[in-house]
Design a protein around this ligand. Structure first.
Ligand code: UGA
Length: 489
């Protein structure tokens, strides 16, 4: 058993603290937000995560997990995990100010020779930078990068049965000390240098986002050539070199991680003179999905007076109440701007959604959201939406358009019931085979020019929607990649 501290009780910090207690450590969790701290102490978790409340109550009771607002609470800890947010700055880079603040605050209380373990997703070089601070050197502290790979909704499970534990350290000895903390888990430990660990975290998220955007692009082609994107994904995913995960076409990726990390990785690249055309395209395709959905819905309701669109699902994915980066909210915002009345339902996320987008009429049950709706967008594939009484839905709605933004509904069945079923590249849709006839008449999206490229995006090689001021100007001025040029290729 080791004495540990975790700074930050958000998604990552709270799950990390509770799971470290579960694998046998004594954990003090520092939370400086008073409201959050009070809730935690009262056993009222500020986040929803399957299995988390059980772990928190078990280990607050057995004394292996405690919460405090004071950094003095880390005094006994041999390892201090930093799990504070690194939000996107205006230029797309990750803002590390909370991490640096936490380091500053903990140093006066830290045990000599203790190790700072960075869980937060930070730009490459951050751990090295912290390790080089005079105050850290004076305190004889070590700094180790230990990125998290926790998905919301399965975070406890991901912690307890990880695909790998990554430890970026300056020496095998430091890596081994941190690896020992995870001895109770059956997982491969990958010990590397700090920068590789930091980059690996970004690369993993960016590659997952890439797979989704790639299949979303394939969904446009599938629609245009009358193929079925779900079948294509299944076949492609059966290739063991590829695997089936993260190939589901639809409205695209959201959440607090993929959007931020794709931008931050581009920013890291730009700051180091590297071009990121793939990342830009990945981001662009993701935006395109939302634009297409909003356009389609507008096409369906434009001619109607006081049009109503119902959105089922507001969370960025099922089994969470998190609406950050949610495609549903992006689309709702566009519809509201066009004067559409937007009614919505989500099993968990109504409160959070209402806070962000008060213009959306949030309803406590799906049928109430569907009342008098001219079109329906399924934006989050909550299981309960597949089990809706679709005859009742038909009677409840005013119109017949269903846009299945997650390719999750039974399109054939809905077609038989008289719905106009649209999806992202599924052969089951009954209004032709394309996402929208207008979109796919010539096999290209409305954003594409006659060469099939999106002029908006590719004319100058940067993606204007990405808030990436100053992205690789050095590279784009002459259009070449410095590392390639330098290699003389
Ligand atoms: C993601 C990563 O999966 C975690 O490994 C990582 O630790 C975490 O970010 C983080 O950096 O903290 P998360 O944001 O919880 O986890 O969400 P995912 O389950 O990865 O889903 C992201 C988005 O992709 C969702 O909007 C989901 O609907 C979408 N998605 C996922 C698709 O559109 N298609 C798919 O096939 C899979």
């Amino acid at each position: 058993m080791a004495q540990l501290a975790v700074v930050g009780a958000g998604y990552v910090g709270l799950v990390t603290a509770a799971c470290l207690a579960e694998i046998g450590h004594q954990v003090t969790c520092i939370e400086v937000d008073e409201g959050r701290l009070c809730r935690l102490r009262a056993g009222d978790l500020p986040i929803r995560e399957p299995g988390l409340s059980q772990l928190v109550s078990k280990h607050t009771l057995d004394g292996n997990l405690r919460f405090t607002g004071e950094y003095a609470g880390i005094a006994a800890a041999g390892f201090v995990f930093i799990a504070v947010p690194t939000p996107s700055s205006k230029d797309g880079s990750a803002d590390t100010s909370y991490v640096l603040q936490a380091v500053d605050s903990l140093i006066p209380h830290a045990r000599p020779g203790s190790v700072i373990v960075i869980k937060s997703t930070v730009p490459v070089g951050t751990a090295d930078k912290i390790a080089g601070l005079a105050s850290i050197l004076a305190a004889g502290m070590e700094v180790v990068s230990n990125p998290e790979f926790l998905r919301q909704g399965t975070a406890v499970q991901d912690f307890m049965a990880p695909d790998r534990v990554v430890i970026g350290a300056s020496s095998p000895h430091e890596a081994a000390r941190v690896a020992d903390l995870y001895a109770a888990l059956e997982a491969p430990i990958v010990a590397v240098d700090r920068r590789s660990a930091e980059l690996a975290k970004y690369a993993a998220n960016a590659l997952l986002a890439t797979r989704i955007s790639f299949m979303n692009e394939i969904s446009h082609i599938a629609a245009a050539v009358h193929a079925d994107v779900d079948d294509v994904a299944r076949i492609v995913g059966l290739d063991r070199r590829i695997g089936p995960a993260f190939l589901k076409a639809g409205l695209g990726w959201g959440g607090s991680c993929f959007p931020k990390d794709v931008l931050a990785l581009s920013s890291v690249a730009a700051n180091n003179g590297c071009r990121t055309p793939i990342l830009q395209a990945v981001y662009e395709v993701n935006e395109l999905q939302r634009e297409l959905a909003a356009e389609l819905l507008m096409d369906a309701v434009r001619a109607i007076r006081d049009p109503v669109v119902a959105i089922l699902g507001l969370a960025f994915k099922p089994n969470t109440d998190d609406v950050r980066g949610s495609p549903a909210l992006g689309i709702a915002q566009r519809l509201l701007a066009e004067g559409v009345i937007v009614r919505a339902h989500d099993p968990f996320a109504l409160v959070n959604a209402n806070r962000v987008l008060p213009g959306v009429d949030c309803r406590p049950d799906p049928y109430s959201a569907l009342e008098g709706a001219d079109a329906l967008l399924l934006a989050t594939e909550w299981e309960e939406y597949s089990a809706l009484d679709w005859v009742l839905v038909r009677e409840t709605m005013r119109g017949k358009t269903v846009l299945d933004g997650r390719n999750a509904l039974n399109g054939v069945f809905l077609g038989e019931l008289g719905f106009r079923y649209w999806s992202f590249g599924r052969a089951t849709q009954n209004n032709g085979n394309g996402l929208a006839p207008k979109v796919h008449a010539n096999g290209v999206t409305p954003h594409a020019d006659e060469n099939g490229a999106s002029p908006k995006v590719h004319r100058n090689g940067v993606f204007p929607k990405m808030d990436m001021n100053g992205v690789v100007p050095k590279v784009h001025a002459n259009g070449t990649h410095p590392s390639i040029r330098e290699a003389g290729v």
